[in-house]
Design a protein. Structure first.
Length: 235
């Protein structure tokens, strides 16, 4: 279970469109809250970098430092060597490459070869296509690109149906099952979780290789607490 902290302009936010985000205050305070609630992992996203509107690297690094003792997965706009190096310098446990990085597959292969299990790859999906977050640019066919990633030994995937992200309407179980059928690597679900029953449905995919889920909006708007979510997945 990975509670999310999305950072924009120095604040913890829930993204709306690329120009409008609802603020929830200090990322440092949110990190402390998730740790106190029992989080073992935090999904930390630089929203400005994801949308190509600047970056929050210093703050991201400070939040990672605040989270000493637990694991942090850093994400958001990590699409080239410069952004990957900056992410690695935070000391995060895992770096999640952006879907847009997949337009330079030789570089992705080099990153995976160099850093191995420290790298995961975002699969942001619309229909059957991978789409770059922020620009909306088509990256390629999901199954074909996933086959390429399997061939270069990608260790882990973060799968998001971008139409469900932030909707609270439930995860796309069909998409997750499709990806799980194509890889034996761990898969993390993201997007759409709005009820504890959604988590129960995801728990049902553990036997097929689902390794975790990212929780965002549902926690921030009070659909349920992190403690309640952890109880569901650990029962």
């Amino acid at each position: 279970m990975l509670p999310a902290i999305d950072v924009s302009n120095g604040l913890s936010v829930r993204p709306g469109n690329e120009n409008s985000h609802e603020s929830f205050g200090s990322p440092m305070d949110i990190a402390s809250e998730w740790i106190a609630s029992g989080a073992n992992w935090i999904h930390l996203v630089d929203i400005d970098a994801a949308y190509g509107k600047g970056e929050n690297r210093k703050l991201i690094s400070e939040v990672v430092s605040r989270c000493s003792g637990i694991n942090v997965q850093v994400s958001g706009g990590i699409r080239d060597q410069e952004s990957l190096t900056a992410a690695l310098q935070t000391g995060a446990s895992r770096i999640n490459l952006a879907t847009s990085a997949l337009m330079d597959m030789p570089w992705v292969e080099s990153a995976i070869s160099t850093y191995g299990k420290q790298i995961s790859v975002s699969l942001d999906v619309s229909g059957s296509r991978l789409v770059a977050r922020g620009s909306g640019e088509a990256v390629g066919d999901l199954e074909l690109v996933l086959l390429q990633l399997e061939q270069i030994a990608c260790a882990r995937y973060v799968v998001t149906d971008i139409k469900r992200d932030g909707s609270l309407n439930g995860p796309n179980l069909e998409l997750l099952e499709q990806v799980l059928s194509l890889t034996g690597k761990p898969v993390i679900a993201s997007g759409g979780i709005g009820e504890l029953s959604d988590l129960e449905a995801l728990v049902g995919l553990r036997s097929k290789g689902l390794a975790g889920a990212i929780l965002g909006k549902a926690l921030y708007v009070g659909r349920f607490s992190l403690e309640q979510a952890l109880k569901v997945v650990n029962s």
